[in-house]
Design a protein around this ligand. Structure first.
Ligand code: C2E
Ligand code: MG
Ligand code: MG
Length: 612
């Protein structure tokens, strides 16, 4: 790059001409104008001059001996060093062709001899100014290029940084995704990921009929007990240990997920038939039955497993799981704990019906669709009605009168039993009040009301009963509450307290369905019970089965020895009645005497005064 041109104060002009006069005159004129002027009259002098110092401009005559002006110009243009030096032709040739040729060989201007000095000066100045401008542009270009390079470099760096940030973000994102799809405690896939995998399996089975899979829904039995007795930390430790055992029971192709709480789900893929799935379930149950040695405790846990065989008719993975869950509940209920059960579409129907029933039951409570029927209880000593048992029925808008056996257990599960039972108690007490105050009824009549086990966990049971007594103004001495063995067997201090509170109010307590539970006699003795009611199953088989035949008198004997009276329910035949009488049973109830009747008929039954 030719920087000198900006630094040199005097610009250097080389005049090439072979006529000394011309040279002299032009030279002195330009020198006078402030230029440094050198002269040459042939090619070899031009070479020497250029090699010494490169001129800023060349004034070149055409008519030269040996090498003419055109040729010199061409040589200068072909030579790297001199190619950029502007050449102005000076010639007496005024022909257009000469001028054209001069421009063709690289000349930038053409001055015709004889010339005017002023013209020469202007053209020289122009070309020099042009050259400076060109160099400046070149310099600017170079600067620009440099700047572009620097900027490119900066941009590349920024881009690199951006790329790195993006990579980090990408890593973070996949980490977040990983967290979102896994359970933090066990590290297993969670519900979301499991459902995704299940959805894929469902899609695959729709495309490939020879592909099979099964879903297992596992729920730990009584896990709450572990949490309650050892604390949540131990519970967590146990869950992790269970997860590891489950993993060890599966192949790497299966998906094991923690579905939530103590529930785990498994997707078994590439299996041939249901037996492979049940074999896995058996293996799991066997592995889980071994004790878990945790850091501070040894814990035993069982699980129930529901199995559902994947089939392409399912629309959503959730439905597949729902049915595995239904099967799991069946495993829990029907077979006791630590079992598996395979889903059968019939179960779905049952569950739907149950759900409908539950819904209807909710509405029934709101709309008060219940009625109480009353079944007489006969004193075997007098043969007359000693009291009534209040038995609830549901007046279903479509199904008609529904027996309590069809809805009491659901009412208990859903908690709806509390309002229902309280209402029954109140209704029965209203009838009792009428009986207690009726002028035609001389002997006192009792009223028995069944009390659900659920009510005993209600903190305000006693308050509710007090309120009913207050509201209906009955004499509580004629009120009998029937309690099943299961309540009493809880062996809870709280229940004992409640029973004693009831006793204080002179309310009688009857153990219902006696013989169907597992009462310990010594425990029974410690409770303030007034009466035992022998379950109808014993009455039914009393005459047919010798073993049972032996039990009934034993039950009556036990009750009497503990100072309790005995009643028998389900008495349907005269024979049964005779037998119970001969065994000194105190009371009896059954279709032989009367089924449960509507409240309007209670007074009629009493008025009839039948003696059995
Ligand atoms: P439970 O307390 O043992 O009532 C006796 C059941 O035996 C009644 O059935 C009654 O109608 C029936 N029964 C009476 N005589 C005979 C007979 O000669 N043969 C046969 N096979 N059965 C007879 P129900 O009314 O269907 O009640 C069934 C169970 O529902 C009751 O058994 C009781 O546990 C429960 N329950 C009924 N009403 C209420 C209530 O208001 N509250 C609560 N918690 N449970 C109730
Ligand atoms: Mg009863
Ligand atoms: Mg009973």
């Amino acid at each position: 790059m030719n920087h000198e041109i900006f630094e040199r104060d005097r610009q250097d002009i080389l005049i090439i001409d072979c006529i000394p006069d011309n040279l002299q005159i032009l030279s002195s004129f330009l020198t006078e104008k402030g230029y440094k002027v050198r002269q040459a009259c042939n090619w070899s002098m031009v070479l020497t001059a250029c090699q010494t110092v490169l001129p800023d401009l060349i004034l070149l005559d055409i008519m030269l001996p040996e090498v003419d002006g055109y040729e010199i110009c061409q040589r200068l243009k072909n030579w790297n060093l001199t190619a950029d030096i502007p050449v102005i032709f000076l010639s007496s040739l005024d022909n257009v062709f000469d001028k054209v040729k001069a421009f063709q060989v690289g000349g930038v201007d053409y001055i015709t001899k004889p010339f005017h000095f002023e013209e020469v000066l202007v053209r020289v100045e122009n070309q020099l100014a042009l050259k400076v401008a060109r160099l400046k542009i070149l310099q600017l270009n170079l600067d620009l290029e440099k700047k572009v390079k620097e900027r490119t470099c900066q941009l590349e760096k920024a881009l690199y940084k951006l790329q790195q940030e993006w990579n980090q973000r990408q890593q973070l994102q996949s980490k977040l995704l990983e967290i979102a799809l896994h359970d933090s405690l066990t590290g297993l896939p969670n519900r979301v990921l499991f459902l995704k995998r299940l959805e894929q399996a469902l899609k695959r089975i729709k495309l490939k009929p020879d592909y099979h899979f099964a879903v297992l829904f596992l729920d730990c039995d009584r896990f709450k007990l572990v949490n309650d007795s050892f604390g949540h930390l131990v519970g967590d430790e146990l869950l992790v240990a269970i997860a590891r055992r489950l993993e060890a029971s599966l192949s790497p192709f299966d998906t094991l997920a923690r579905f939530g709480g103590d529930e785990f789900t498994i997707l078994l893929e590439n299996i041939k038939d249901i037996r492979m799935a049940t074999a896995v379930a058996e293996n799991i149950l066997q592995k889980l039955s071994l004790p878990f040695r945790l850091s501070r405790h040894e814990v035993f846990i069982n699980a129930s497993i529901g199995i559902n065989w994947g089939n392409p008719n399912y629309e959503k993975p959730e439905y597949l799981l729902r049915d595995a869950d239904i099967a799991m509940y069946r495993a829990k209920k029907a077979f006791g704990k630590a079992r598996y059960h395979v889903f059968d579409p019939k179960m779905h129907q049952e569950v739907t019906e149950l759900l409908e029933l539950e819904n209807d039951l909710r509405k029934a409570v709101e709309r008060q669709e219940f009625v109480v029927y009353y079944q007489p209880i006969i004193s075997l000593a007098t043969g007359t009605i000693a009291g009534f048992e209040a038995l609830v029925r549901w007046r279903h808008p479509v199904r008609g009168l529904v027996a309590p056996t069809s809805f009491i257990s659901i009412a208990e599960e859903t908690g709806l039993i509390t309002p229902i039972n309280t209402w029954v108690l109140k209704s029965a007490c209203q009838i009792l009040y009428i009986l207690q105050n009726h002028p035609a009824i001389k002997d006192s009549v009792t009223m028995s009301v069944n009390i659900s086990p659920r009510l005993f966990s209600q903190p305000d049971l006693i308050a509710t009963i007090d309120e009913v007594i207050d509201d209906t103004k009955i004499n509580p001495a004629s009120l009998e509450l029937e309690i099943t063995e299961s309540v009493l067997m809880e062996n809870d201090e709280n229940i004992k307290t409640i029973l004693h509170e009831l006793q204080k109010r002179k309310i009688k307590l009857v153990m219902d369905d006696f013989g169907t539970g597992y009462s310990s006699l010594s425990y029974l003795h410690s409770l303030p019970l007034n009466s035992l009611k022998i379950d109808k199953s014993f009455v039914k088989y009393m005459q047919k089965n010798k073993q049972i035949m032996g039990l009934v008198p034993a039950m009556i004997g036990i009750a009497h020895s503990m100072g309790m009276s005995v009643s028998a329910e389900g008495v349907e035949t005269q024979q049964q009645l005779m037998q119970l009488k001969s065994l000194n049973c105190d009371f009896a109830q059954g279709y032989l005497f009367s089924p449960a009747v509507q409240q309007e008929l209670v007074l009629d039954l009493l008025a009839e005064g039948t003696r059995w």
